[in-house]
Design a protein around this ligand. Sequence first.
Ligand SMILES: *Cc1c(COP(=O)(O)O)cnc(C)c1O
Length: 385
Amino acid sequence: MAKGIFPVDKFKGIETPFYFYDTDLLKKTLKTVKEQVKKYGYVQHYAIKANANQKILKMIASEGFGADCVSGNEIQAAIEAGFPASKIVFAGVGKTDKEINLALALNIFCFNVESLPELEVINELAGKKGKIAQVALRINPNVDAHTHEYITTGLNENKFGFSLNQIESVIERLQSLKNIQLIGIHFHIGSQIEDIKVFEPLCERVNDLQNSFEKKGIKLGHINVGGGLGIDYENPNANPMPDFQAYFELFHKNLKLREGQILHFELGRSIVAQCGTLITRVVYVKEGEIKEFAIVDAGMTDLIRPALYQAYHKVENISSNLPGKKYDVVGPICESSDVFVKDYELNETHRGDFIALRSAGAYGEIMASHYNCREIPNAYFSDKI
Ligand SMILES: *Cc1c(COP(=O)(O)O)cnc(C)c1O
């Protein structure tokens, strides 16, 4: 939704800050992904952690996608939104007994297991319930995703998954875990991956691993390559969607699936990021010694990505058509990192103007906190405002 298309008049009666979601763009994105996955018979599990707003989850569930969860409460949010348990996968390095029991009780599709002690606990808890838990081994492929160090997950130094060296002994251990059934292998190498070429070495690693599993006589029903596809934070209007076609085609060309094997994905950000905008009002324009500050009523408690990983969100003054001036756009939180952008050109800005922080649909609303006793921002949708 480009500047000028935001229903600024309708925003006037609404308390800021709030998230505004473009339902048409979300629908279009879901349709595109659905077409691409269908083409190759792939399965897409939406990564709930990117945005767990119930209305968004319901829209995604109703398109037939599965869910990728990283906590028990995410599993519950997914079920509430209508994702069937048979399409839920559960990852995370620290699954608690309570969360594992919930997932077992619901008969989710698969635990993406990240360590040997976790495997033992799932086996034990499944045994107590008289169940066989379906698991995939999350493998750390030691592939560099070339993204921010806080959101790279597939290197040996990261806490996620089994290292390649451990696989052999894990397979051996599996033989004696009677309440575990190995049904797949899982990978997730990082997030906001802009150069999709980094998925090529991942495919190679998967192909090699497949050979070694086969040599051991192990058949894997599915391969799950996680998520991570990046979006264009610089130009949300020009690129409201990443090149899904190229992304899925890359896997089709590079990853050698075995007979009957199904490839699974867990995209989060690329599904929801561009449909969301954080709308905030300018509280004060303050003359500093060397700069001018546009102080807005949204802060790092509403959108933490800039403070947390130096992320960029395009900022627009959607109330002003005046010539441009440079501002630091900052929030009200008592932290020096509570800055959205520095030395940034906005149309001349005044108290009361609406500022749009674009591409905020992923890892935005869901990461909001009560720090400074602030409220969690509300959400509004373009089809119902
Ligand atoms: C976060 C996460 C995803 C989604 O990543 P995106 O970059 O949002 O696509 C997928 N799988 C796992 C295991 C994750 O932790």
